[in-house]
Design a protein around this ligand. Structure first.
Ligand code: C5P
Length: 222
């Protein structure tokens, strides 16, 4: 049996990490959440008051950071130099500014190096914005997940409610749309569908249906 690479890209809150985790578990593959890596750098830059427009300062900081992703029964845990920052990287403060950090070419280059090392040997499900177009251009399966901004905001709203906090649906929509715009319009590896990626609109699909489609695509290649 072949150990393939599966690339899952798409806009913010399209459900990439939810389905990627399930697909990885199903195939006993590793799951790599590349967004968490950009979030980890953003969190650390905010904490140490690094100017997010200062590419050199960010890259200097990144070189001092060992960012590790560890699977756990509750989902993936993220560590910076051994410290668990799983929750800290999901705050609004980080979410609002991560696209500024992620636009810098030198930052991306180092992140992509690290991501390719993690994917070496295959047997990987990786999600992000530039996986199919840039990080793993030879991935056997490439998926581009989309959903309407209304649906994505609504899912995030429900997710937050389950976690016990209320959010403003209209504000969520604005934040998601703004992040998509920054990610799609940046110069280096912008968010876009790879030519050979299969587009899946999840607006009216369940998680199970999306997972089944991706597992079907994987089956054809394994
Ligand atoms: O996937 P997630 O929403 O956690 O990603 C956070 C941010 O990290 C994105 O909005 C984007 O700016 C950046 N990102 C990226 N390239 C990736 C993954 C994430 O630029 N491969």
């Amino acid at each position: 049996e072949k150990h393939i690479s599966i690339a899952i890209d798409g806009p913010a809150a399209a459900g990439k990490s939810t389905v990627a985790k399930i697909v990885a578990t199903n195939l006993s593959y590793i799951y790599v959440d590349t967004g968490a890596m950009y979030r980890a750098l953003t969190y650390e830059a905010q904490r140490t008051k690094v100017n997010l427009q200062n590419e050199q300062a960010l890259i200097d900081l990144l070189y001092t950071l060992d960012i590790t992703l560890k699977p756990s029964p509750q989902g993936q845990l993220i560590f910076i130099n051994g410290e668990d920052v799983t929750e800290q990287i999901r705050t609004n403060e980080v979410t609002k500014e991560v696209s500024i950090v992620a636009k810098h070419g030198e930052v991306r280059k180092e992140m992509v190096d690290r991501q390719r090392k993690l994917a070496k040997g295959g047997g990987v499900v990786m999600d992000g914005r530039d996986i199919g177009t840039h990080v793993l251009p030879h991935a056997e399966v490439k998926v581009f997940l989309l959903a309407s901004v209304e649906k994505r905001a609504y899912r995030r709203y429900e997710e937050n409610k389950l976690k016990g906090f209320d959010s403003d649906l209209e504000q969520l929509k604005l934040d998601i749309a703004k992040r998509d715009k920054l990610d799609s319009e940046r110069e280096v590896s912008p968010l876009r569908k790879a030519e050979d990626a299969v587009e899946i609109d999840t607006t009216s699909l369940t998680i199970e249906e999306v997972v089944a489609k991706i597992l079907d695509l994987a089956d054809e290649r394994i």
